[in-house]
Every structure is written in C-alpha cells, then in structure tokens.
Design a protein. Structure first.
Length: 119
C-alpha cells in the first residue's frame, strides 16, 4: 500500500467520523426537542387539571353553602361595588368643583359644558 492510498483511507475515515458525529448531534437535538414538546404537553395537561379541580371545588363549595350565606356574600359584594361607585362620583365632583374654582380664580367664566364630569 503506497502513501497515497493511506492518505485516501485516512481522509475517508475522517469524513465518515464527521458524518457519524453529525448524525449523533442531530439525533440528540431531535430527541431533546421531542422531550421538550412532551414536557410542554404535560405542563398544559397539569394546568388544565388544576383549573378543573379548582372549578369543581368552587361548585362543591357553592352547593354545600347555605343559601343565606350566599345571599350575604352577594349583598356584601353589592355594597362594596356601590361604595366604590359613590367614591368615584365623589372624586369626579371634587375634581369638577376644583376645576371651576381655578377657572373662576383665573377670571374666566365656565361654559355650559363646564359642569360635565370627566376630563
């Protein structure tokens, strides 16, 4: 075997080694992608299961809670909403009055839309 044949065999083995290494890298990459996809799917299934369990617990609590307690909760929520609404209207009125006072102090007379709420 002459020197040229040895070089050709060595070059062929090098190319073969590169191809095998590339194939292994691609295989590992695809396997990692598959594992990541499986983990994402499992996470989504777990999330849905938790949501379903929470909804079932909420339904069970509502079914076992006496009607007067549910009505009391509803009334309390309505009172909180009305209080927040009243506070918002009060703040708007204060802002409007302050704006009118500033305009009066500046010497301008408010127009017909000056008492309208909002900016």
């Amino acid at each position: 075997m002459d020197r040229l044949q040895v070089i050709r065999i060595a070059a062929g083995l090098t190319v073969l080694a590169v191809l095998v290494t590339t194939a292994v890298v691609v295989y590992r990459w695809r396997d990692a992608e598959r594992v990541a996809a499986l983990q994402r799917a499992e996470t989504e299934r777990t999330r849905k299961a938790f949501i379903q369990a929470a909804e079932a617990a909420e339904r069970a609590a509502a079914a076992t809670t006496p009607p007067e307690v549910l009505q009391a909760r509803k009334d309390a929520a309505l009172r909180e909403f009305r209080a927040a609404e009243t506070e918002m209207l009060l703040q708007q009125t204060r802002a409007r009055l302050a704006r009118e006072e500033r305009q009066a102090a500046a010497g301008s007379t408010p127009g017909p839309g000056a008492s309208a709420p909002g900016p």
